[in-house]
Design a protein around this ligand. Sequence first.
Ligand SMILES: Cc1cc2nc3c(=O)[nH]c(=O)nc-3n(C[C@H](O)[C@H](O)[C@H](O)COP(=O)(O)OP(=O)(O)OC[C@H]3O[C@@H](n4cnc5c(N)ncnc54)[C@H](O)[C@@H]3O)c2cc1C
Ligand code: SF4
Length: 408
Amino acid sequence: MKEFDNAVRAVVSSGNCSGCGACALIDPGLRMSLDNAGFNRPIRVTELDPSQDARATEEFRATCPGLVVRRPDSSGGDFEASLGWAVSSWRAWAVDSETRFRGSSGGVLSALSDWLLSSGRTAKVIGAAADTAEPRRTVVVQLGMPTVRERQSSSRYAPVSVAENESSLDADVAVIGKPCEAAALKQLSDFRQLENRPLLLSFFCAGVPSQWATDRLLSELGIPDESPLRTLRYRGHGWPGEFYAETVDGVAAATSYEESWGKQLGPSMQWRCKVCPDGVGESADIVAGDFWTTDERGYPTFEEGAGVSALIARTRRGHETIVAAMKANAIHAEPLDLREISSIQPYQVERRETLWARLVGRRLAGWRTPSFRGYGLMRLAAARPVRSARYAYGSFRRSLAETRNARR
Ligand SMILES: Cc1cc2nc3c(=O)[nH]c(=O)nc-3n(C[C@H](O)[C@H](O)[C@H](O)COP(=O)(O)OP(=O)(O)OC[C@H]3O[C@@H](n4cnc5c(N)ncnc54)[C@H](O)[C@@H]3O)c2cc1C
Ligand code: SF4
């Protein structure tokens, strides 16, 4: 067995694989494919040339977010413990009303993607969209192409591995991906010491649900597995918009964002996302999230309205891109204090503050965990010792139960 395959297998078997696809970029002999639990995992389709084993292993160890995630150095600007560094922060939306309407929140990532292409700043934008042939599935696409324009906006709450795409490290490309995909691509560009790396756009991410949760939700809504679909969207067409599916025969079904994400999709999330140090895209150049309207406790009310995104430039390059897109009238953006963003993202704040405790619990139960460097996780956990002890114990118990199940 090759060293590279051993290293990949160890990440997958410990439950630490996020499904980002970077290992399949390092070695195109791997392909990302749905496993029994409905998550994308690397499988071998062609053998790795033995002369490439050492190179691939080294790159993998420096890159894989199931092994290590390093907080990027500061580019200056403001800092908030649960959100990281920001050169600038904004509330923003797409100026084009159709793009805003179709978007997950303000349609900002789609508007930036369109403008990057039309202005010639990038030759390609790589992102994710519904598969044309089977809209139940999500695939990596080149955004802006005539065949994907109709289906390219909004969040897909299902597995897709953007970092797997062969162009995702090209210098003249922009990539929109989850924070783990941005982290993997940044870590690989740093390791390869690329002089010009792709522009990385990301979004706040609570985690990746199982593909089977989508399939279950559809059948609960009266659309069986064997009915071919014309459309499946998770949200957008309003903010937050509905989970909406339509068969080729014109049978439509819909349910609210709270029902679909809250009751079906969210609870099926993979383990790695529960211990993610960075759901807020610190490794990207630009990151967008929902700028929710909240209740008095800071929890989103999910009232329908015109979408508004929180937008953070992590790097100078990201900041210049946002300012140029504003000048070109592609996006509208108003400056915002970073703390206004953390106050309406309680899940992201709590996950980071309790992460160290959950990792300790997991390790005490004998499981390997990724190494997260530079996030100050221990300091965040120490601020609330009783809560941290509770989380550590819960994680320990659940991990022990997992060990017992794995032995059965
Ligand atoms: C799995 C997941 C979890 C999320 N969790 C949070 C959260 O905790 N807090 C929060 O505020 N918002 C969350 N979001 C929503 C995200 O914040 C919005 O996409 C963001 O507000 C950007 O909105 P937009 O309207 O600017 O983007 P849009 O213009 O709608 O563009 C979104 C782009 O994201 C890409 N994309 C969609 N789904 C995926 C995917 N699964 N993997 C990789 N790329 C994808 C597509 O290329 C698409 O073009 C999540 C989205 C996803 C997909
Ligand atoms: S986290 Fe990404 S790089 Fe690591 S094994 Fe999983 S898909 Fe491959």
